[in-house]
Design a protein around this ligand. Structure first.
Ligand code: C5P
Length: 309
């Protein structure tokens, strides 16, 4: 029995992103702490009687993306996820995918990875393939480093390429402000700038390691301690490619954010508030003075991919 299935999966930020030297396969070893936030991608999978795969995408108002910013062909991550499920379980029928984007495009918040995670689960349910969680994890890791986390959500430590996950203990809710930029940064370009800085001797790349300060701040639910220990090794490279982001970071500090940093490979800037109210105040300051494209508040941790119908 097949049926139409809708799944939503969250965007994320990295509370810590410790990056080691480039490996021979081109990837970088990471020690990262992901937190899912309540900003979602929603994917509806409708099985077809023929063998066609189609993709339709709409953007929510917070997602301002240039036309053509997201490819709708076979290279699209949602499309690749649907193909991966079909190939793994020998499905010969096609599927219609409808994606509603709530996570900014190319913002370092893993919106594309959330599409892939939501699509994996939606197609597995729609085609009723009886996939186990481990099987979905394996398919997810094959699609991208951040896809397994979008399936799991909440707060997790990521090792390896970022795809070897273990849950992190957290207490309470954290209130974030996200400031997005009209022009995205490409993740490979930011990693390439990281490599350039290492080769030029402008920075060193040591074996990545987890920050105890972040883990204990999360466990204690201590926003002040968390804000003081946020860390992102890709911030320097992202700022080198997009120097204007420094102004947004300064504005967040002016508004007394507990911490502010570039999120993942950027260019989104994330700032931590003391409370939901304070996050709104920081957001108001960034909107009034800054050059950000969109500013909004979100809370984390949020759940991973869930079936909505
Ligand atoms: O795994 P994913 O396809 O999301 O990675 C996109 C790009 O980001 C890779 O091609 C690589 O350039 C870079 N990357 C990396 N090290 C990681 C994760 C991503 O260099 N751990």
């Amino acid at each position: 029995m097949t049926r139409e299935v809708t799944v939503r999966a969250p965007g994320k930020l990295n509370l810590q992103l410790s990056v080691g030297p480039r490996r021979d396969d081109g990837y970088h070893p990471l020690a990262t702490v992901f937190q899912a936030v309540d900003l979602y991608e929603t994917v509806t999978a409708t099985p077809r009687a023929d063998d066609r795969f189609t993709l339709e995408m709409t953007m929510l108002p917070t997602v301002k993306a240039a036309p053509g910013a997201v490819p709708l062909d076979e290279t699209n991550l949602a499309m690749r996820a649907a193909r991966a499920v079909a190939a793994r379980y020998g499905i010969t029928d096609g599927v219609d995918l409808r994606v509603v984007k709530g996570v900014p495009v190319a913002g370092g918040m893993a919106g594309g990875s959330a599409d892939a995670a939501a699509t994996l689960l939606a197609c597995a349910e729609a085609w009723n393939v009886g996939a186990t969680r481990d099987e979905l994890d394996e398919l997810a890791a094959g699609l991208g480093s951040d896809v397994p986390f979008a399936l799991h959500g909440h707060t997790a430590v990521g090792l390896g390429r970022g795809d070897e996950l273990s849950p992190a203990m957290t207490h309470g809710e954290f209130h974030w402000v996200f400031a997005t930029q009209g022009h995205g940064l490409s993740t490979p370009a930011v990693y390439a700038e990281f490599d350039r800085q290492v080769e030029a001797g402008e920075r060193t790349a040591k074996d990545p390691h987890l920050s105890n300060a972040i883990m204990s701040a999360l466990m204690a639910g201590d926003a002040h301690a968390l804000g003081a220990s946020l860390q992102n090794d890709l911030q320097g490279p992202a700022l080198a490619l997009a120097p204007h982001l420094k102004r947004t970071l300064d504005l967040a500090h002016e508004a007394e954010a507990l911490g502010a940093m570039v999120s993942g490979s950027g260019p989104t800037v994330a700032a931590l508030g003391r409370s939901r109210q304070h996050a709104l105040a920081i957001a108001a300051h960034l909107s009034a003075v800054g050059e950000s494209d969109a500013v909004f508040t979100v809370s984390g941790p949020a759940p991973g991919a869930v079936v909505l119908n």
